[in-house]
Design a protein around this ligand. Structure first.
Ligand code: AQP
Length: 327
């Protein structure tokens, strides 16, 4: 039996190398071994200030990139979260069984709400219950994510357990699946912060659609340190981050990479890494241009995804509504 896998990305800006290495690339690698459900989680992107026109554009770009990175609509159901209204219905039901204390402990909420304080939306606070609904609606077994989402997947598991305890066996308990290499790609300008779509600095992240010259420029400016040796050392986060990206893209071992850069300087590291990033992204960008030139095909793929998932959605929701006394 193939494991059922669910994951998603929120269209809150342009995708970066962290989203690719921490998430999409791993989904593509395993798509023939699993029963795959991949979503564009647009309702998560409206928990902070946003422009409706930009959101619409980001959703299209994200679906185009899913396909361009290699997700195949034959083994994968691809869809947009808001096209399946049961995600928000189930999220409300979960809001009613999730203790506030569980949500208050979520580190991503604390980080994102720090500057906003009283202005922060209730949606940002309850984001993890919507994410639990995304996962549990499909009776998901595995959730492949980057390291930053581990806590949210664990919360989904806790909510499933609590629901099963209160209302009877209803949900499969999901497991996060996190790769060892590049599970948390850091910002090029500040390697103490994870690479994020919503960080606006020019030299923070490498966009999957960035042209080669821009990729080279950003990498040439990446923060390093005043030492000389090019080795994997977590105490030197800038160089460690560049080497980790190199390792993830080249597939070489740490020893091979250290031997390759022995006696060389940071300019060589940045130049070789830029060659590798450009060689990885150029074919993706070419496929992206081809795919997005036929938007009606994208719409068709998304509609097929929803149709394929309907029986599963209805089966879960019927059980949930009955278990909770709502039917
Ligand atoms: N820097 C990263 N390194 C490795 N994996 C990452 N992911 C995100 N950033 C990195 C993984 O990408 C998937 C999609 O994430 P998301 O967009 O749904 O949420 P996020 O983690 O909040 O992503 P961003 O890019 O940081 O967006 P903003 O700035 O809008 O919050 C997840 O699997 C995530 O782990």
């Amino acid at each position: 039996m193939k494991k059922r896998v669910f994951s998603g990305i929120k269209p809150s800006g342009s995708l970066h190398l962290g989203n690719y290495l921490g998430a999409i690339r791993n989904w593509v690698a395993d798509q023939d071994k699993c029963e795959n459900i991949f979503c564009v989680v647009d309702q998560h992107a409206i928990t902070v200030d946003y422009e409706p026109a930009a959101l619409r554009q980001n959703v299209r770009e994200l679906v185009g990139l899913y396909l361009a990175c290699g997700l195949d609509p034959a083994p994968c159901a691809l869809f947009v979260q808001s096209h399946v209204p049961e995600h928000t219905e189930l999220a409300w039901l979960f809001n009613c069984v999730t203790p506030m204390g569980w949500l208050q402990r979520m580190t991503q909420f604390k980080e994102k709400s720090d500057d906003l304080r009283e202005q922060v939306s209730a949606g940002l606070f309850t984001y993890p219950t919507l994410m639990a609904a995304d996962i549990l609606l499909y009776q998901t077994e595995e959730v492949p994510v980057g390291d930053d989402q581990k806590q949210h997947v664990e919360l989904a598991r806790d909510i499933a357990q609590r629901f099963n305890h209160l209302f009877g066996e209803t949900f499969v308990l999901p497991e996060p699946v996190i790769r060892k290499v590049a599970a948390r790609v850091m910002g090029l300008d500040d390697p103490s912060k994870k690479m994020s779509k919503s960080t606006t600095s020019d030299s923070h992240g490498i966009g999957l659609l960035d042209p080669p010259a821009l990729i080279r420029k950003k990498l040439s400016r990446a923060t390093t340190d005043s030492q000389r040796e090019i080795v994997f050392d977590r105490e030197r986060p800038g160089v460690f981050n560049l080497l980790t990206i190199f390792q993830a893209l080249s597939g070489q071992s740490q020893e091979e990479i250290e031997a390759h850069f022995a006696g060389k300087g940071y300019a060589q590291l940045k130049g070789d890494l830029a060659d590798l990033v450009v060689a990885t992204l150029e074919p993706i960008q070419a496929r992206y241009r081809e795919i997005t030139s036929a938007p009606e095909q994208i719409d068709q793929i998304l509609a097929q995804g929803v149709t394929r998932l309907r029986p599963l959605v209805e089966a879960t929701m019927t059980r949930v509504r009955c278990a909770m006394g709502l039917r």
